[in-house]
Design a protein around this ligand. Structure first.
Ligand code: ZN
Ligand code: ZN
Length: 416
């Protein structure tokens, strides 16, 4: 069995950029190391979910690791909670929440408490210290951006079949959560959400930070409105799966959402110093972690680079080219220091993020698989166009993980 190193430039795939003479950042970037590996690899294109479906980084990463997102993706609540670094386990429910402003009758005056809320972290800490448990459910709040929070509720009888306390409009009272199915767990959970909502109001209404906000003429963040309850699905870890053979796995990433997903499916996760998830990220320090894990006997190592996606969302194709060139140096450092006679190396993108669109699209992305036992396609550059002529042709969704592990001799036989 071979070791596997999987390298993803998040959103690296693009469409022709007019300012680059109709070429893509992958075509323009100077990347001798990736192109050298390309010659000895097989190339193709990959639809991260299926043709034309625009993936989030969460659903595309499930697919990347061989988990059909249509089966395992349990909604935005749980995955947004993962995205803010929440400890969420299969069976927990997660909700999205807003700090909001209500009057004494619990009529919503501002669903976002003014939106700008630098007090978010401190108020979340205060809520966690003051609440912790409601009935016999554990409750934990996590800070997100601006006025947003995530809430994770844990208990053996917790249910996601409950309605929102957020009325989604102003001028009306905070809603009472009701069970959406006729079962005892939903009744219990709705009761917990109602108690929890009132507890946030009691704790927040006279909080000193809110008094200061009122003095300054700002809306106080005096309640948390909850919406979109979702239950984290049971996802077998890579090591538990019966169709593949994997032991120790490590993911190197600076992105909370990706780290959360990786942890959930059995990766150890590490963020080296200098790795930021932005365009200024230190990719070489990530490559060092990959090499360390490689020498320590890890069998599947995932290297995630977010800077390409960050530049794409900004429409900054120049920065994107630069991040690709940095990634190339890291790839060179890796290929110079691993045993290519016993390692499978994959380079791809979790979705396209065209700089012209500034968001994810459903375009197929280029993929390169190097394996010591494969005859390469001899394609001496790696980009959206060249990948179309490769022998891998077009892979869909979870195919990529199986094809990769097959070339690493880590897939069990289907049938006798
Ligand atoms: Zn992504
Ligand atoms: Zn993105």
């Amino acid at each position: 069995m071979f070791k596997v190193i999987l390298i993803v430039g998040d959103g690296v795939a693009d469409r022709p950029v007019r300012e680059l003479g109709g070429k893509t950042p992958l075509e323009i970037a100077v990347k001798p190391n990736i192109d050298e590996l390309s010659k000895r690899a097989v190339l193709g294109v990959w639809d991260p979910i299926s043709p034309g479906v625009r993936p989030g980084s969460d659903t595309s990463h499930l697919s990347l690791f061989g988990y059909d997102p249509r089966r395992y993706y349990s909604g935005r609540g749980p995955f947004e909670a993962l995205g803010v670094g929440a400890d969420i386990r299969p069976g927990d429910i997660a909700l999205r929440g807003n700090f909001a402003t209500v009057n004494d009758e619990l009529v919503v005056l501002d669903r976002r408490a003014g939106r700008t809320l630098p007090e978010n972290r401190e108020l979340v800490k205060y809520l966690n210290e003051g609440i912790g448990v409601v009935n016999d459910f554990e409750v934990k709040f996590y800070s997100a951006t601006e006025h947003r929070v995530a809430v994770v509720i844990r208990g053996t009888t917790v249910s996601a079949d409950v309605s929102d306390t957020d009325p989604h409009e102003v001028g009306v009272k905070v809603l009472k959560s009701t069970p959406l199915s006729n079962n005892e767990n939903a009744v219990k959970t709705a009761d917990v959400l109602n108690k929890l909502t009132l507890m946030t109001y009691k704790l927040l209404k006279d909080h000193p930070l809110n008094n200061v906000r009122v003095e300054r003429g700002l809306p106080p963040a005096n309640i948390v409105l909850l919406r979109g309850a979702g239950k984290m699905a049971y996802i077998p870890k890579l090591q538990e799966r019966e169709d593949i053979v994997l032991g120790k796995c490590l993911a190197v990433s600076a992105t909370a959402m990706i780290k959360g997903i990786c942890k959930l499916i059995g990766f150890e996760v590490i963020t080296p110093p200098g790795a930021t998830g932005g365009v200024d990220t230190n990719i070489m320090s990530k490559a060092e972690e990959v090499l360390r894990a490689y020498r320590d006997g890890y069998e599947f190592i995932y290297l995630h680079v977010k800077g390409t996606d960050a530049a794409s969302h900004d429409g900054n194709f120049k920065a994107k080219v630069k991040v690709i060139e940095e990634l190339d140096k890291a790839v060179g450092h890796l290929t110079n220091n691993i045993d290519l006679e016993s390692t499978v190396v994959v380079i791809t993108s979790d979705h396209a993020t065209p700089t012209s669109v500034r968001d994810h699209t459903g375009d197929p992305v280029p993929v390169l698989i190097y394996s010591p036992e494969l005859i390469g396609d001899g394609i001496s550059n790696f980009n959206e166009l060249s990948a179309r002529s490769g022998s891998l042709c077009r892979l869909r969704g979870t195919d990529l993980m199986y094809v990769t592990l097959d070339y690493a001799n880590r897939v069990r036989k289907f049938g006798a």
